[in-house]
Design a protein. Structure first.
Length: 101
């Protein structure tokens, strides 16, 4: 343990400095990827809510999933809502994995 005599402390235990730095790089990548994906999905979700929502006065909120093929704009809207929420969920999962490891 040459590092102990020099006063260098690695909180992960008896890992070598290169193993510790490799672990930190992985954590940073998880944080960056998760944060970027979450923010991108949040922006996409807001875009979908504002610009892709079908215009006009209709009963779109009362449609059931069986009728999406009759209204393609509503089908596109719901598909992009699901994609953006799924991306946000994956981004939060990556951030959570970075925290627990």
């Amino acid at each position: 343990m040459a590092y102990a005599s020099k006063g260098i402390h690695f909180p992960v235990g008896s890992q070598s400095p290169s193993a510790y730095h490799a672990e930190m790089i992985i954590l940073r990548l998880l944080y960056m990827a998760g944060g970027f994906l979450f923010l991108l999905s949040l922006a996409a979700h807001l875009y979908v809510r504002v610009y892709l929502r079908p215009k006009g006065k209709s009963d779109l909120d009362d449609y059931y999933y069986e009728f999406e093929d009759q209204h393609p704009a509503y089908a596109k809207y719901t598909r992009w809502l699901q994609i953006s929420l799924g991306g946000a969920a994956v981004g939060l999962l990556l951030l959570f994995l970075g925290v627990i490891f």
